[in-house]
Design a protein around this ligand. Structure first.
Ligand SMILES: Nc1nc2c(c(=O)[nH]1)N[C@H]1C(S)=C(S)[C@@H](COP(=O)(O)OP(=O)(O)OC[C@H]3O[C@@H](n4cnc5c(=O)[nH]c(N)nc54)[C@H](O)[C@@H]3O)O[C@H]1N2
Ligand SMILES: Nc1nc2c(c(=O)[nH]1)N[C@H]1C(S)=C(S)[C@@H](COP(=O)(O)OP(=O)(O)OC[C@H]3O[C@@H](n4cnc5c(=O)[nH]c(N)nc54)[C@H](O)[C@@H]3O)O[C@H]1N2
Ligand SMILES: [Mo]
Length: 766
């Protein structure tokens, strides 16, 4: 593997994407199976691509992208992690291997139990594994000593059964990947508009006059979104991007599925305007836009015009305008420009585009949600949209672009540590079983509970908490403290290695594989970012006859723990229609669930805010009137730092899916054959007496005295605001303090970590 840095010149997509897709699909041992799989991705009959949560365009013959192809081919490998593999590799040996090595070994073949005496995983039967879990859970002093983690790939059916199991057992401890991801969006939108989801549908993207994209890298993480953006750009829609980095996918894109575009990539522009604010500067950007709009509105009114704001909408639907506008007036341009890193002129330019558009969509992702003031930032974005009535009409609205393909569905069906009383009442009535009322643990609280010894058993329905969670060393200690850790997984990962005193790996089927129960092929359902619920049915032959569906595994655990209370778990796992009937009986919007799934493309769950029904305590859409944060990095930290502080964002490369590393390239950022790089502005490199290519170590400055340090990063000069730096996740997770979290969301602040950078003599991983 050659390591090099070579800036990328072409559009996103294009020949690079085509050749990478081809390499992935044909380079594996089973190209025919990969092609068959890809042709069934995101089709009416077929499976939902496990890549991302972007919506499906109906009627398209191909509906996958380069990174979807990677996700599908990666899952559909013929390679297997067998008992012989575990005999060869002790746990201590596996601990020294990279994340790439672990996942690359293939699919886990059969259930495995960690024998601490031999330091090796060894086979265990399904029945014995379930019985072991049942014994542990029955021995707990309190149901809240159990933590039930979920990653957003789980189906609605598996997730529903999982939450029913947890609640029937007596706990609301449902930490999940959302807590590390879009939690702030859910919190802010629920406060403001009464529903924690986006208000737009895919169709709205065709009708918008302007689309504002904040803190998101769709070229890598939601490549199918580029089709929507490209089509919109061609139709004259203004696309205004705010990103700390110049991401190629937001600049230019050529559709690898269009021969014409590939040969004549003339009109590949995506963004009409591209601004690079400082990390965490977006709240100030939006505040500035509103300040400018307010000035224009006031001037227009003074001249006898109608003004810019939608006064009818505001009067009928909202509360809190006056406090908010007072807050806007009290915010100075000096503070706005300092905090955002953009000039007043740049912000006014963005405001002009906004004012000129009659229909505006705002989208965002992790660049917005993983900061201390993320909830306030999303409230600010919502304020902007409310002021101009940009919600609930075609071509306008709010669009948090979700991560995992079914993360939104998991939440909808009850993976929530703070369920509503109405949901619990309904569950209680339907299942005639008491449901716990005390709030449960989110991801950070669960890790803390494990550290404190207040929780003892950790079960994970997918994901890789050991690598995905912040403060890697603390998380490792938390997992090691467990009496039992259980990982329901497709592939080997860090969480199997950073295990509890006793540990199980339970291998499951993936989304792409056929799931036979009682002789009948089952389908599952998922919900995308646009609240579309649809069926997904795997087509591939399972990689091993020993792997079971997630639903069957959850049912097995529940049966071993609770017998047949309050439902016959095993019967439900034999026929997923029965689970959907329970969903229909307990969740609003799922009436006649099985029947409505028969519509091609599924059905729209609806969004109350898009219908102007505000499910907030005061029955209105609410403006938020938070001041800008005093400073982006807490002053106590700046005071404590002895040296030149930088703000680090931790982000994804083009060749990874969260903690799954497919390869060592990040093509659009010009990085090849390596991941241990630190992107820095050339002036910053100089200011620190460094040079490109130097090796550095990073250490976090935080309020406690814990040393958080990683080393072996190579300095790469990059177009990034001075003072901000960027490096890949999960290598940098040891730097994120467990309790450095978003206000009101508890999401780790993975996009703004105060760090010191020191030169190292040679590359050395600490
Ligand atoms: N191929 C692939 N697809 C994926 C994933 C994957 O890992 N690989 N992950 C899935 C998941 S779970 C998720 S949540 C999504 C993640 O999708 P993204 O949110 O696109 O993921 P990140 O790589 O974290 O990128 C954050 C982007 O925000 C920018 N940014 C960071 N901080 C700021 C800021 O303060 N302000 C502004 N304006 N910009 C900022 C960064 O430069 C970067 O472009 O993708 C999903 N899809
Ligand atoms: N520093 C930093 N940390 C972050 C982030 C960041 O930007 N920076 N992003 C955060 C975000 S947005 C998220 S969503 C989390 C992700 O956190 P997780 O969802 O916990 O992690 P993933 O890497 O997506 O999980 C990958 C593992 O899932 C298993 N898997 C894959 N497919 C399936 C399946 O179909 N079923 C089951 N049961 N298992 C399967 C495989 O074993 C694989 O190893 O990470 C968060 N952590
Ligand atoms: Mo995510």
């Amino acid at each position: 593997m050659t390591k090099k840095i070579k800036p990328y010149q072409g559009p996103a997509g294009g020949w690079g994407a085509l050749s990478s897709t081809t390499r992935f699909v044909f380079g594996s041992k089973q190209p025919a199976a990969n092609i068959r799989n890809l042709l069934r991705a995101n089709q009416v009959k077929g499976f939902d691509c496990p890549g991302c949560a972007w919506g499906d365009e109906q009627g398209k013959h191909f509906s996958f992208c380069e990174n979807g192809a990677k996700a599908i081919s990666w899952e559909a490998t013929t390679k297997r992690v067998t008992p012989a593999f575990f005999q060869q590799h002790s746990l201590s040996q596996l601990q020294r291997q990279s994340d790439y090595f672990l996942e690359y070994q293939g699919r886990i073949e059969q259930p495995m139990y960690l024998n601490r005496e031999t330091d090796h995983y060894q086979p265990i039967s399904w029945d014995d594994a379930f019985a072991l879990i049942g014994r542990h859970l029955q021995a707990l002093d309190h149901p809240d000593q159990l933590e039930l983690y979920t990653s957003g790939r789980a189906s609605n059916e598996a997730a529903y059964l999982y939450q029913l199991f947890g609640r029937s057992f007596g706990t609301n401890n449902f930490p999940d990947c959302s807590n590390l991801c879009h939690e702030a969006s859910g919190v802010a939108l629920t406060q403001a508009i009464g529903v924690g989801k986006g208000t737009v549908t895919l169709h709205d993207f065709e009708q918008a006059d302007a689309i504002f994209v904040f803190g998101q890298n769709p070229g890598t993480n939601h490549p199918r979104m580029l089709h929507s953006l490209r089509n919109a750009a061609r139709n004259g829609t203004a696309i205004v991007s705010f990103n700390n980095l110049k991401e190629r996918g937001l600049e230019r894109f050529a559709d690898p599925q269009s021969p014409l575009e590939m040969l004549t990539p003339k009109d590949s522009r995506i963004s009409s305007h591209y601004f690079c604010p400082r990390l965490g500067g977006d709240m100030a950007v939006v505040r500035g836009m509103v300040k400018q709009l307010l000035a224009w509105d006031t001037a227009a009114l003074a001249e006898g015009g109608v003004g810019l704001f939608d006064r009818d909408f505001i009067a009928t639907h909202t509360q809190g305008l006056e406090d908010y506008l007072n807050q806007v007036q009290a915010t100075s341009w000096t503070q706005i420009t300092e905090q955002s890193g953009l000039s007043q002129e740049q912000i006014s330019q963005a405001a002009r585009v906004y004012a000129d558009a009659s229909k505006v969509i705002v989208t965002w992702a992790m660049g917005i949600t993983q900061h201390k003031h993320s909830v306030a930032t999303i409230r600010e974005i919502t304020n902007l949209q409310l002021l101009c009535g940009q919600l609930g009409k075609p071509g306008a609205g709010l669009c948090p672009v979700r991560g995992h393909s079914n993360v939104q569905g998991n939440r909808t069906v009850g993976i929530n540590e703070r369920p509503s009383a109405a949901f619990l009442d309904q569950m209680e009535q339907h299942f005639k079983h008491p449901m716990p009322r005390q709030p449960g643990h989110n991801a950070v609280a669960a890790i803390q509970a494990l550290l404190d010894g207040n929780a003892k058993v950790f079960i994970a329905l997918g994901g890789n908490i050991a690598a995905a969670a912040p403060d890697t060393l603390a998380t490792a200690r938390a997992l090691a403290n467990c009496e039992l850790t259980v990982q329901i997984s497709t592939k080997l990962n860090r969480s199997h290695i950073m295990a509890g005193k006793q540990a199980l790996i339970l291998p499951c089927l993936g989304r792409t594989e056929q799931d036979m129960q009682a002789g009948v092929s089952q389908f599952i359902t998922v919900e995308d970012s646009f609240s579309m619920v649809h069926a997904s049915e795997g087509v591939g032959k399972p990689n091993s006859p020993q792997q079971r569906s997630e639903t069957a595994i959850v049912a097995g655990i529940a049966h071993a723990t609770l017998g047949s209370q309050p439902v016959d778990w095993l019967a439900l796992s034999q026929d997923y229609n029965l689970i959907r009937d329970h969903i229909a009986a307990t969740l609003p919007g799922f009436e006649r669930f099985n029947e409505r799934l028969m519509q091609p493309g599924g059905f729209y769950l609806g969004n109350s805010a898009a219908r102007y029904q505000w499910q907030t305590p005061n029955g209105k859409a609410n403006f938020g009137a938070a001041p800008l944060p005093e400073s982006l990095i807490p002053q106590a930290i700046t005071a404590k730092a002895q040296g030149l502080l930088s703000t680090l964002q931790t982000l994804r490369s083009h060749d990874q899916y969260n903690t799954t590393i497919y390869g060592m390239d990040d093509r659009y950022r010009g990085v090849y054959g390596q991941r241990m790089v630190l992107f820095m502005h050339p002036d910053e490199i100089k200011r620190r007496g460094l040079q490109e290519g130097d090796w550095v170590e990073l250490s976090t400055v935080w309020l406690d005295d814990v040393e958080r340090k990683v080393g072996g990063f190579k300095v790469v000069a990059y177009d990034i605001p001075p003072g901000d730096v960027a490096a890949y996740y999960p290598e940098t997770n040891p730097l994120v303090p467990l309790h450095s979290v978003g206000d009101g969301s508890d999401t780790p602040t993975s996009k703004s970590i105060p760090v010191l950078i020191r030169k190292q003599q040679a590359a050395r991983i600490i």
